[in-house]
Design a protein around this ligand. Structure first.
Ligand SMILES: Cc1ncc(COP(=O)(O)O)c(C=O)c1O
Length: 364
């Protein structure tokens, strides 16, 4: 027998596989999952109806180019549908971009507490992830620019960032773009853009429209409540859209996802309700948790990062165990280089109040 076996490409075995937020608390009857930044309001009833209506035609392949969905997104944002590509979640598009633009030995930059998928897709493409330090849990344009070398091919910027909830104002994003060589692809990951209510923020549409090396990724998993269907989209220059279309799966999104996505993006009232709920409870949680003496990083997204002391019995790990025992599941952030924090998704009124009460009991 031969001792030979298939060898994966360099970098693959260095990948720490992505560990999603927990969804169970053993022994607890009622569980509140606040670990994956899902919306507490669920999807638009119109999206659910559109999804169900697909049940009679599951034998048919979906439209591989998702034309009607791209047109609906185009109408919603005033964009040319030809410059939009849909993916099986924005994760899928991040993978495809990495495979399209990175070769062995290249480098891709992300920030210290940046989204975990960036090093995964970078290593998966045989390239090296390079970490640029942050300032106050926020991406630092000067540090990113200082990390650029001749080998840099992509800069991944989650704006707002997960798990910190911080964002860069548009002027800073433009300054970052101005400082990058034209052959470096700037990926603006705007998964949480729908929640941001700051006048100085822009998800990146204008920058994509006026440059050759910027793409913006968006998702249906957050404000639209369709995480289970796996649906994301990207807006980019024609040449980059062409590259993604060449290497993505030919039927990378499903018929039910297309139908539900169209209904979701057209239900503006539902989005507004979700945004209002988030704004109200994000402010409340930040204030109430702050009053307990815990530091909360100011967030513009649908989650918040809560910092815990390192004192025995009071640590993030202790808090996680205490909250889990009450069915309140938050996200541990050690993999994000934040071992002393927990990330909490803004939940229903009931869940939010229970967390504040539980934290008060924990600290007592
Ligand atoms: C910053 C960021 N980008 C992308 C994604 C991926 O979203 P999707 O469900 O569209 O793959 C997430 C999901 O949590 C995220 O936090």
């Amino acid at each position: 027998m031969s001792a030979m076996r298939p060898i994966p490409r360099p970098g693959v075995l260095d990948i720490e596989a992505y560990v999603p937020g927990k969804s169970t608390a053993p022994g607890v009857a009622k569980v509140f999952k606040l670990s994956s930044n899902e919306t507490p309001l669920g999807p638009s009833p119109r999206a659910i109806a559109a999804y169900k209506a697909c049940a009679d035609h599951l034998e048919e392949y979906p439209d591989g180019s998702a034309s009607e969905l791209r047109e609906a997104i185009g109408r919603a944002f005033g964009l040319d549908p030809e410059r939009i590509v849909c993916g099986s979640g924005s994760d899928d598009l991040l993978h495809v971009l990495a495979h399209g633009y990175l070769v062995d030995g290249d480098q891709a930059i992300y920030t210290t507490h940046g989204f975990l998928i960036y090093p995964i897709v970078t290593l998966g493409a045989g390239a090296t992830p390079v970490v640029a330090p942050e300032k106050d849990y926020t991406a630092d344009v000067d540090a990113i620019l200082a990390a650029v070398t001749k080998k840099t091919k992509i800069v991944f910027l989650a704006n707002p960032n997960n798990p910190t909830g911080t964002c860069l104002p548009f002027d800073e994003v433009k300054r970052l773009h101005r400082g990058l060589p034209g052959n470096v692809l700037l990926v603006l990951d705007a998964a949480y853009a729908d929640y941001v209510r700051r006048n100085d923020y822009e998800a990146g549409i204008e920058l994509v429209a006026t440059s050759d090396n910027v793409v913006m990724c968006r998702t249906f998993s957050k404000i639209h409540g369709l995480a289970s269907l796996r649906l994301g989209w990207m807006f980019g220059p024609a040449e980059i859209v062409d590259v993604v279309n060449r290497i993505r799966g030919p039927f990378n999104i499903t018929g039910p996802a297309i139908a539900a996505g169209i209904a979701a993006i057209e239900d503006v009232e539902h989005q507004e309700r979700s945004r209002d709920h988030n704004t109200r409870w994000l402010q409340w949680l930040t204030a109430e948790i702050g009053k307990l003496g815990l530091k909360v990083t100011p967030s513009v997204a649908n989650f918040l990062l809560i910092h815990f002391p390192q004192q025995k019995g009071r640590t993030a790990k202790d808090a996680d165990a205490f909250l889990s025992a009450r069915g309140l599941i938050l996200r541990q952030t050690t993999a994000y280089r934040l071992p002393n924090a927990l990330r909490m998704t803004v939940g229903t009124e009931e869940a939010n109040c229970l967390v504040v009460k539980a934290l008060a009991d924990f600290l007592r």
